[in-house]
Design a protein around this ligand. Structure first.
Ligand code: GLN
Length: 320
């Protein structure tokens, strides 16, 4: 008889066994991709690590591997800042950033120029820099970073989450491409603040360090219609959670979003620290981490683990 799939599986210990098997498989894989090296601090991370954390609707947490090792969340922060910016300014945001998949690398300067300084979507770098610029309005950089951290700590229910200052510094010193894009957007009239001010906040949000367990906790509101669990505290309206999921599915893996949707079938957001946050709507919030990246800049083993997980569980949003 076939193993149970779908929500029934979450009620069984089969899920924990499946997750353990995935972690074992990832531990013994030799072709692990390469950690990002354009941010020198990230190049120092040991690629032989893999963690996974899954949080179910009933609050059950299932972890395996290095699920309690903090890593740099990098671009995964973009989903949380987008969520905050939509709460702050609503649909006004869409006059400054698009909603279409980019089909180009996350740091494409060519595309930004072709789009006349209006980034294709809020999950590529240029778009996320505009989102951060929106969060800065009426606040000092320190307060803005504090607000982002407060939000992350609140949704993760964990006050230990902080910014890694070495990673923030490392990116501040070498982030010339982001500086180029921020300056271009300023010249195009799509950045309110001085480029270095907005970038300072952006680099700090990317340098937040979290574990898979903390990240999966923080992703619950995206998995459960804007609430921490199906009958828990509301963080954002259900309609916003649905729209964030749509953007994660179509744009969350940059020019690898189509392949990720094809292979995994879940809304997800990757970061060059090697983390991926994925949500199975109504069923689970999932975080995976392995520092080695594929050529597009998404975690190689993280993607493979999520593929194996949806194969084992039938959790793809397109059906089992
Ligand atoms: N901080 C990184 C950058 O701006 C984030 C990129 C990513 O995670 N894809 O380049």
């Amino acid at each position: 008889m076939a193993a149970p799939k779908g929500p029934e599986m979450s009620a069984t210990s089969d899920l924990a066994a499946a997750i353990d098997a995935i972690a074992d498989r990832m531990a013994s894989t030799t072709d692990r991709g390469r950690p990002a090296d354009y941010i020198p601090e990230l190049a120092k991370v040991d690629p032989n690590q893999f963690g996974i954390a899954v949080i179910l609707a009933d609050g059950k947490v299932i972890c395996a591997g290095d699920a309690d090792t903090p890593f740099s969340i990098q671009s995964i922060s973009k989903v949380f800042t987008l969520s905050l910016a939509l709460g702050k300014v609503g649909d006004y945001l869409w006059s400054r950033v698009g909603q279409e998949p980019s089909g180009d690398p996350f740091n494409s300067i060519v595309q930004l120029e072709a789009d006349q300084g209006v980034p294709r979507n809020p999950l590529i770098n240029a778009g996320a820099i505009v989102v951060t610029d929106v969060l800065l309005e009426g606040c000092e950089p320190r307060e803005t970073i504090g607000g982002i951290l407060r939000f992350l700590r609140g949704v993760a229910e964990d006050d230990a989450i902080t910014v890694d200052p070495d990673v923030a510094c490392s990116e501040q010193e070498t982030g010339y491409r982001n500086a180029a894009m921020a300056n271009f957007m300023k010249a195009s009239g799509n950045l309110v603040h001085a480029p270095e001010k907005t970038l300072g906040v952006y680099f700090h949000q990317c340098a937040v360090a979290m574990t898979c367990r903390q990240l999966a906790m923080a992703g619950r509101f995206l998995a459960f219609d804007g609430r921490l669990c199906p009958d828990g505290a509301r963080i954002i309206p259900a309609s916003r959670a649905r729209r964030l999921g749509a953007l994660m599915l179509t744009c969350g893996h940059y020019d690898g979003s189509g392949a990720f949707a094809y292979r995994v079938g879940l809304p997800g957001k990757s970061g060059v620290g090697g983390g991926i946050l994925a949500v199975a709507p109504g069923v689970a919030s999932i975080a995976v981490w392995s520092p080695g990246l594929n050529t597009i800049g998404n975690s190689k083993l993280g993607t493979e683990a999520l593929h194996d997980l949806t194969e084992a569980t039938g959790w793809s949003i397109f059906g089992a």
